[in-house]
Design a protein around this ligand. Sequence first.
Ligand code: HEM
Ligand code: HEM
Ligand SMILES: Cc1cc2nc3c(=O)[nH]c(=O)nc-3n(C[C@H](O)[C@H](O)[C@H](O)COP(=O)(O)O)c2cc1C
Length: 550
Amino acid sequence: MNLRPPTRSSGSWILTRGPGSTEGGIWSELLIVAALAASGAYIAQQWTIRHPHAGPSPQVQNVAALPNLQLIAYQELQQHDTRESCWILVRGQIYDVTDFLAQHPGGALIILSHAGRDATAAYSSHHPPALLDNILSPSQHLGAVDPATLPPGHHASSAELTEDEQRVKQARAEIPPLNMCISVQDLEDVAKKVMSKVAWGYCMSGADTMSAYKNNIAAFSRYAFRPRVLRPVSRVDTSCSILGNPSALPIFVSPAANAGLGHPLGELGIVRGAAYGGIIQGVASTSTLPLAELEMERKDGQTMFFQLYVNKDRQVSERLLREAERRGFKAVLLTVDTPVPGKREMDLKTRGLPTPAAAAAGEKQLSSTQAGIANSLGDYFDANLCWDDLAWLRSVTKLPIILKGVQTVEDVELAVQHGCEGVLLSNHGGRQLDYARAPIDVLYEVRKCRPDILDEKKIEVYLDGGVRRGTDVVKALCLGATAVGMGRPLWYANAAYGQKGVVKLIDIMAEEIATAMRLLGVTNLSDLKPEMISRISNFDPRKPYHLPVI
Ligand code: HEM
Ligand code: HEM
Ligand SMILES: Cc1cc2nc3c(=O)[nH]c(=O)nc-3n(C[C@H](O)[C@H](O)[C@H](O)COP(=O)(O)O)c2cc1C
């Protein structure tokens, strides 16, 4: 890997070897990048503009040589378990984080719940090893725990891994060769095995009962094909254009935050894989890597769209938009289904976190009812964002606007009236409002009620949510979509195999799309028509067709 010269305020590349790291090979390269991403100065600079829970940026200290470390008795650590004096044990080292509590972007409560104890597992599931020493001053690193004082069954060696880290290490060593994956589901199955529990929970989680998440996938089964025969199909063209930008396939990467949780190289594998596969990438405003990094990786002619959550402080959003425009992003995906976050239980469980409302109650000492209200007024999102704000958006960017998260034909009509260039029918992959309809059913509604919008291209219509097969893509295009997005599948492919996994996924989709087109009797995407599918009205999505057991 070629390291570029340092350009950030941190001034130098930092290379730390985490416990259990091997010399050379891909994982040591990955550690370098993880350490870079953890650079304190950089985080402070990016924090206020990029993170959904924008608060004060963490105080950044120069990385300096550590003072002589002391051995501290475990029982001494246990004394410091309050807001007034809060110590934590991470990988055998003891830190005084009392002064840092108020600055912690994840909130004081989460650290306090590990005060006076071993916080290694909790800390490691959120942060790379180097972060602590980059952000805290040397004087806050108090020393190492005295192993002789540890309670039975407790390990202090920094070389020891948590149970989940051990499982992941083992699973990574046994990862199946990529060519064993022949479907999108296969890639997901591997990802589940080799990802940390936290990364898996974060990505797969849907809201509440997960009904919207499951229904997104099942809903495609309600549409069946009416193929035409005896048509020459040896040549097939899967290419299309999305807002004038060419794409090799009618699929794009739906923006999914924090790819770094799944893969130490963050979004890089997705950027490189998308370039190779010739598809467009939606980049989340809460990506692990900054836009500058992604721009540097982008190949000539590669198209990226920028996803935006509108901040209460419009200047923050304006800065982001200007940056995206300057860096050559070609459209804005304005997310409109997230005035407040959904309740993602799988995510909360694997992290051992309180719900945002309960956390707010703990922090602000409110009743849970008050906290629920406080939560709905989160620090970052503007819960009062409305149609009139589109005029503001137009005034700050020349980029075409795609509304992401539209879920009714009425709102598609409003998007047309407001002059938006595109709508992405989406329920955020079932992560926001549970029981929100599947996007393919919303598209069906648009087809039934306002076919003119689709046929006359009054606006480009896309969907995402539950797309796992080439046939899913072809069904959406038959109903009038220009293209469809995929979120989790690309995140998983990247987490499991990095760039190669992303390329594999795109290859699988390309093959399935081309095969479905041929078997349907068409050779161009523009030939896909509504009469080529029918909706099965009495289909029970709880009993989908099953593969025969071989
Ligand atoms: C008990 C240990 C800790 C836990 C469970 C924890 C958890 C979290 C969580 C949940 C977030 C919010 C969002 C996110 O994941 O991006 C966060 C953000 C953050 N935390 Fe911690 N934290 C811990 C300790 C620390 C310590 C000791 C430091 C530094 C000395 C630190 C520095 C940061 C920074 C810089 C961010 C914002 C950047 C980011 O990672 O996205 N945390 N933390
Ligand atoms: C103490 C309360 C909270 C905790 C511990 C928490 C923790 C986290 C963590 C760990 C992540 C993953 C890292 C990330 O995407 O940055 C996350 C993502 C996110 N959080 Fe929170 N959060 C809390 C409250 C909130 C609130 C109040 C809002 C909004 C008003 C919010 C909105 C989001 C959004 C939009 C994402 C981003 C990515 C996605 O769409 O999946 N969170 N949160
Ligand atoms: C891990 C993850 C993170 C996501 N982050 C964002 C985000 O930051 N902004 C956004 O608009 N949508 C986000 N989404 C929603 C996706 O853009 C997309 O709508 C959804 O994943 C589509 O469903 P699918 O996962 O079934 O393909 C995220 C989805 C996942 C799974």
